[in-house]
Design a protein around this ligand. Structure first.
Ligand SMILES: [Zn+2]
Length: 467
């Protein structure tokens, strides 16, 4: 409501909002812009003799919905940069706009004119060397932007007005107009980048614009995932977090590029941590855990159904199967032997299926390039497979196993080498074997001295499968 009032006010005064500047990727000379500072980074000082200082802030307004706009301010005055504080409003003129990583980025330099206003009293901050661009109705505009910010963030300026951030699920984020929200979920992956830590999360509801992941990351259907970039000092908490941990995330900011994700930036309210590790019996997790249970049950069922319709399956060659065991068991066993496992293939190596085909001298036990001679006995070598698969079972335990000729004998190595049609079939098997990490295959795994191999099992590709 207050957001719309602000946007209307800008329109009446012929002033662009932040989205309009971003879309034009250009700020005409003498145009005026406004934004409220949501967070800022540390001031940096250049090594040049002029000792210029630079500050990066994130500003927003109702046009960006839940997004932010990065703003870089260059100044010789530290005092000026220190005045850029959270919840203050910046009014600027003669600034530059460009696009950076799909987001608008504004630069203020010595040619720019700008002023800052406090949140509470809409009073201009006195700064040396800064001239305030004269704008009619600017008091009203600043007031409206401040009301929107206070309403959205529940900031201290508006403590007397009871506002509560909503706890939102992934599936609600896209349609919900909230600028800030809280989130509770489980960590699927953690990645560290220079400027931020990326948490891949799930609350077991569906993301309409999910992130894309590589095959080996598919522990869960990507539609249940959402990314959260954690910035600034909140990253320190992430260092103690692990995959499968549960977290409560406070004061998140939604972001929509080609995927739906959210951010956690520094905030004015530093007394409350925004990234909180919670225990699995926390009341906040009741719904999350209930959904997880349902999804796990249905994914097990789907795995069985899929196997019947899936065009790649495995078959045991002998009755000697050694009983169904977990990959954990195989990894911990000290003796040699064969056992049966149910597992998906999450990775294979070499990455290029062409390199699965190699030369091999069965007499001397030597690998060579294809179509060459054995360096020991000088006989031509046979064409043979050498592939390493990474299996993953329902407990998410992984095991590397070797796959030689016998499991792939539906397409013998020499045929795959000579015939493109046969090679295409091999590629189809490789693709189907890893395409859906949720498809579990039956394998016999033979282990000798800690080295595991697929034995007594073969892949069967449905010949009607022409996709
Ligand atoms: Zn040889």
């Amino acid at each position: 409501m207050s957001g719309q009032r602000y946007l209307d006010l800008l329109k009446e005064n012929n002033i662009n909002n932040l989205r309009q500047f971003a879309e034009q990727k250009h700020a005409p000379r003498d145009s005026v812009g406004y934004g409220v500072i949501l967070s800022k980074k540390d001031i940096r000082t250049s090594n040049n003799p002029q000792k210029d200082h630079m500050l990066t802030c994130y500003i927003s307004d109702p046009s960006l919905e839940s997004g932010t706009c990065c703003i870089n301010i260059f100044s010789k005055s530290l005092e000026t940069l220190e005045a850029f504080k959270e919840n203050r409003i910046v009014q600027m003129k003669n600034f530059f706009v460009k696009e950076f990583n799909n987001n608008p980025q504004i630069t203020l330099n010595s040619y720019s004119r700008y002023a800052l206003f406090t949140a509470k009293e809409t009073k201009q901050i006195e700064l040396a060397n800064i001239s305030h661009p004269a704008v009619p109705n600017d008091k009203a505009i600043i007031k409206a932007l401040d009301s929107w910010n206070a309403e959205a963030s529940g900031s201290e300026a508006m403590m007397q007005v009871p506002t509560k951030r909503r706890l939102l699920e992934t599936s609600q984020l896209y349609d919900d107009p909230s600028k800030y929200f809280d989130f509770v979920g489980q960590i699927v992956d953690i990645k560290n980048f220079d400027a931020f830590t990326l948490l891949v999360l799930t609350d077991f509801t569906e993301n309409p614009y999910p992130p894309t992941l590589t095959v080996d990351q598919k522990v869960l259907d990507p539609k249940y995932l959402i990314n959260c970039a954690v910035w600034d000092y909140h990253r320190s908490v992430c260092a103690d977090l692990d995959i499968k941990d549960f977290v409560f995330l406070r004061n998140c900011v939604k972001k929509l590029t080609d995927t739906l994700e959210f951010n956690i930036h520094g905030s004015n309210n530093q007394s409350k941590p925004q990234v909180v590790h919670i225990s699995p019996d926390d009341d906040l997790l009741k719904n999350v855990l209930a959904r997880r249970k349902l999804i796990k049950a249905s994914s097990k069922k789907r795995t069985r159904d899929q196997l019947e319709a899936y065009s790649l399956r495995t078959e045991f060659i002998t009755k000697k199967r050694g009983g169904l065991k977990s990959l954990k068991y195989i990894k911990s066993r000290r003796d040699n032997g064969v056992c049966e496992v149910k597992a998906s293939i999450c990775k294979y190596s070499p990455q290029d299926v062409r390199d699965w085909i190699q030369g091999y001298c069965f007499k001397c036990n030597v690998r060579t390039p294809v179509d060459s001679f054995c360096p020991k006995c000088d006989n031509p070598t046979s064409i043979s497979y050498d592939v390493k698969l990474t299996l993953k079972d329902e407990e998410n335990e992984e095991l590397e196993v070797y796959c030689k000729d016998r499991p792939l004998r539906q397409v013998p190595a020499h045929e795959a080498h000579r015939s493109e049609a046969q090679f295409d079939k091999l590629k189809r098997i490789a693709h189907l074997a890893t395409d859906t990490a949720n498809v579990f295959f039956d394998f016999c795994v033979g282990t000798v001295d800690g080295y595991s191999c697929i034995v007594n099992t073969r892949f069967i590709l449905d010949e009607n499968d022409s996709a």
